[in-house]
Design a protein around this ligand. Structure first.
Ligand code: GDP
Ligand code: IMO
Ligand code: MG
Length: 426
């Protein structure tokens, strides 16, 4: 089958952008099906570095159809800025299709996102403050505005008027400034005009490609542990980054989804609040953070750092049907004497192998570790598995043993070329 789903198997920022770009060399279509500009996907090739937010990572190849599907929430202003930024850097010849069923993010969403965080105080989620949660809430509440309506001036104006009546009430109660429907309309109707040529029924575009047996990559955003349903709720995002969400969020039948490539750092990071059992602090954490440039692509926040957590990985495998792994940022682990891999947790004296549903329990678990000898060699120029120092080979084998997933690809640097594919993927 010519489809491959790329999912983040941890708490996001695993290197999904890099892998999507690498595999896109063989793809006909790249689809983003959920999230919005809370994502930051870094891509590096031919000396050029790009950080994509809402635009799919196939945008650099003129032959690839890039789809922003119905499950996304799209900030029109940011999206156009991103597109103009790409154009200014010479990316002018591209194919982009935006679903008429995708929801739009407007300035009041970001204002509410910020306000909820402020009111939560110490219990804040640590969101990217891009309005993602409030936009998905409006969608569920049936007061969201969809692309297909946004690009029709009269409908957009009318919907905005009704939605803002409700939103302004909430904003007023929270002590925030109200938004003026006319002012938003005047500014955003210009964006609508510019976006209009890209808007269509992307499910139909996908069907045409499926019939032709095209190669389709579904580029996930965020990671399974940030899933609204299966993640560490409420410290999650407001969509589902799992493989299961792809058919719904892109308008294809589930039977087209067979292979799921889990993207996984050789260690773990998390940005934002919430439990993180294998988190480490101190010298080693700082070393990994600096070597791996572990600062948020979107918010520039320092990422929290920890050992590899195979309980979380196994959970992601189960929830998301991961049957291949891509092990990323492997080079960052060179020069560490002993590496630890978490194989189980201990909760109230009992050994467990899964993620407890409540954060109250999850924040109490103690990780149980296997010690693995590290290696000192620089591996950034390695071109095959056999070139890796033996302890690095053993590290990969141990992950495969603990997760029962084959490592099909590993990455030894941010550049497209620093990617080693062990097994054909799609
Ligand atoms: P995404 O959100 O999953 O696409 O990941 P991000 O782009 O937010 O974060 C991954 C970071 O790691 C980016 O800065 C990448 O350039 C970088 N990166 C990806 N793979 C590797 C690798 O194998 N080694 C190193 N050193 N950096 C990598
Ligand atoms: P990519 O696709 C890492 C995190 C935020 C916060 C929580 C909720 O680059 O991997 P939100 O703004 O979505 O309401 O924030 O989710 N988060 C991410 N963390 N990578 C991401 O995307 C993320 N998108 C959201 O930090 O903890
Ligand atoms: Mg990212």
């Amino acid at each position: 089958m010519g489809t491959l789903v790329i999912v983040g198997s941890q708490w996001g920022d695993e290197g999904k952008g890099k892998v999507t770009d690498y595999l896109a060399q063989k793809a006909d279509v790249v689809v983003r099906s959920q999230g919005g500009n809370n994502a930051g996907h870094t891509i590096l090739f031919d000396g050029n570095k790009f950080a994509l937010r809402s635009i799919p990572s196939g945008i650099f190849n003129p032959k690839i159809k890039n789809i922003m599907a119905n499950g996304m929430v799209i900030d029109p202003k940011q999206m156009l800025e991103e597109l103009h930024g790409l154009e200014a850097r010479g990316i002018k010849d591209y194919q982009l299709f935006i679903s008429n069923r995708a929801h739009i993010v407007l300035p009041y969403h970001a204002a509410l996102d910020g306000a909820y965080e402020q009111f939560k105080g110490e219990k804040k989620i640590g969101t990217t403050k891009r309005g993602i949660g409030p936009a998905y809430a409006d969608k569920a509440n049936r007061i969201g505005i969809r692309m297909g309506d946004f690009i029709q001036p009269d409908i957009f104006k009318e919907q905005l008027r009704i939605t803002l009546k409700i939103k302004n009430m909430e904003l007023r109660q929270l002590g925030l400034e109200e938004f003026d429907a006319d002012a938003i309309y005047d500014e955003y109707s210009k964006y609508a005009l510019e976006i209009k040529p890209f808007v269509c029924d992307t499910s139909l575009v996908l069907e045409e490609e499926l019939v032709k047996d095209s190669k389709i990559l579904f580029e996930g955003a965020q990671g399974v542990m940030l899933c609204l349903d299966h993640g560490t709720y409420p410290y999650v995002t407001s969509s589902s980054p799992t493989g299961a969400s792809v058919p719904l969020n892109s308008g294809v039948a589930p039977r087209y989804i067979q292979d799921v490539l889990g993207i996984c750092k050789a260690y773990t990071t998390r940005v934002g609040e919430g439990p993180f059992p294998t988190e480490i602090e101190g010298e080693l954490a700082d070393q990994i953070r600096e070597k791996g440039h572990e600062y948020g692509t979107v918010t520039k926040r320092p990422r929290r750092v920890g050992y590899l957590d195979c309980v979380a990985l196994n959970y992601a495998r189960r929830i998301s049907g991961i049957n291949h792994l891509a092990l990323m940022l492997f080079d960052v682990l060179s020069g560490i004497e002993t590496l630890k891999i978490c194989y189980a947790y201990e909760l109230d004296g009992k050994q467990i192998q899964t993620i407890p549903a409540t954060n109250q329990e999850y924040s109490r678990v103690k990780p149980l570790y296997i010690d693995m000898p590290g290696w000192n060699e620089d591996i950034t120029n390695v071109t095959c598995f056999e070139d890796l120092p033996i302890p690095a080979q053993n590290y990969i084998r141990k992950i495969e043993e603990l997760t029962k997933i084959k490592v099909s690809l590993f990455s030894v640097g941010p550049d497209r070329k620093q990617t080693i594919q062990i097994e054909e993927l799609f």
